[in-house]
Design a protein around this ligand. Structure first.
Ligand code: ATP
Ligand code: MG
Length: 395
């Protein structure tokens, strides 16, 4: 038997149903905010990510050469793809443009709970505006999205890379940014004077170092979020692994997840840094759907597989079972059919197992009379119904 690749998962029907429900809640919420859904390819030219996605993501990238000698990559994230799509095909559309997407992403990670090599992201971008209003609208949506999937405990942390850069000055080396991103106490050895203010995010200390001017956008954004009843914390130490962010940055954690607790990350960026359109501002976020599902209370409610189950009690009745099934489905009634002949008690058990409200039994007598027997599984009432009236009977 061949096993699945490390870091990948199979989703059995109950799990898949839960995932589909989660996607549905995220999609509905995004539409509630006036965002429109887009889709981009699973693989892209590797250079799209190599130039823009930051060293950590590039190190983890799955790349391969195709038969034409092009270096391709399975996407490690979707923001760069959406920016590419925008610059190629959507420039003439009036802005701001509000887009959302779902997609599986691929990173060569060390697999563990909440960290996979193939994982699902949901994300959104506002293109053409990174004002406090745009950020507040987007963060407000991310906030609603997390609540909509049924996660009760989560913390939004918001920072501003301009504030962080103002604190760091010339010390903003990639190594320092990495230590900050990982909240690594090793920062104290490198920046003894500022490490505590950064690691503990002491807003008053930060404000006294950088001044009110540098904090102005953060203040404006959080003023709006307060009016929107969105809860957040100040976190000056959000450095973001992706290199294209340049203004407001934010992350959300679900403490229930332990080590891999970050469920959302985002911020403002300039499309110049992604696809060469200088001066076009955007702001976006991506959520890890797998982590959202892990973090919330398990939602294992499985809906009925069908409303009606049809069983042939005799091999000769199988064609009639299928044709009755066809009529019901055409009428929009979810119907499952036993594919061989069965005894009535087995058929009833199969119907109950599938969450059906009725079972249709077709045996020799029914065949001869061109009828079916309908048993209502709630009332246990059994009626004989002409085949031609079956849809009316069950609608
Ligand atoms: P981390 O620090 O956990 O590696 P990241 O900064 O690499 O996260 P982003 O690139 O911001 O993550 O991706 C957005 C979201 O996608 C993350 O907040 C997380 O929920 C999810 N995510 C990232 N990598 C994985 C993975 N390997 N498996 C599952 N979910 C992931
Ligand atoms: Mg990562």
């Amino acid at each position: 038997m061949i096993s699945k690749p490390r870091g990948t998962r199979d989703f059995l029907p109950d799990e898949k149903e839960e995932r589909v429900r989660t996607y549905g809640a995220l999609r509905e919420t995004a539409k509630l905010f006036g965002y429109r859904e887009v889709e981009t390819p699973t693989f892209e030219l590797a250079e799209l990510f190599i130039a823009r996605s930051g060293p950590e993501v590039v190190d983890q990238m799955y790349t391969f050469e195709d038969r034409g000698g092009r270096l391709l990559a399975l996407r490690p994230e979707l923001t760069a793809s959406v920016a590419r799509m925008y610059s190629a095909e959507m420039r003439s559309i009036p802005k701001p443009l509000k887009l959302f997407y779902f997609g599986n992403c691929y990173r060569y990670e060390r697999p563990q709970k909440g960290r996979y090599r193939e994982f699902a992201q949901f994300g959104a971008e506002v293109i053409g505006n990174d004002s406090p209003a745009a950020n507040a609208d987007l963060i407000g949506m991310a906030f609603r999205n997390i609540a909509a999937v049924g996660l009760d405990e989560y913390v939004f942390r918001i920072g501003d890379l301009r504030v962080l850069r103002a604190i760091l000055g010339d010390d903003a080396t990639p190594e320092v940014m990495r230590l900050i991103d990982k909240k690594d106490p090793g920062l104290k050895a490198v920046l003894p004077d500022r490490a505590d203010a950064i690691l503990d995010s002491r807003i008053d200390e930060v404000r006294s170092i950088v001044g009110d001017d540098v904090m102005a956008e953060y203040d404006e954004l959080t003023g709006i979020l307060d009016a929107m009843d969105v809860n957040y914390e100040f976190d000056v130490g959000i450095a973001r692994g992706l290199d294209y962010y340049n203004g407001i940055v934010f992350e959300a954690d679900a403490p229930a997840l332990g080590a891999e607790k970050q469920v959302c990350g985002g911020g403002s960026y300039d499309l110049g840094g992604v696809v060469g359109i200088e001066g076009l501002k955007a702001t976006g976020f991506a959520m890890g759907i797998d982590r959202l599902i892990l973090a919330r209370e398990k939602d294992d409610a499985v809906g009925p597989i069908a409303n009606v189950y049809i069983a042939a009690l005799d091999d000769a009745a199988i064609p009639v079972a299928l044709s009755v099934g066809q009529r019901l489905r055409t009428a929009g009634i979810p119907t499952d059919i036993g594919l061989g002949s069965a005894r009535p008690n087995k058929a009833i058990k199969a119907a109950l197992d599938r969450g059906c409200s009725s079972v249709i039994l077709i045996g020799e007598d029914e065949l001869a009379a061109n009828t079916v027997t309908v048993k209502d599984l709630a009332t246990k009432e059994q009626t004989t119904v002409p085949v031609d009236s079956i849809v009316d009977n069950l609608s």
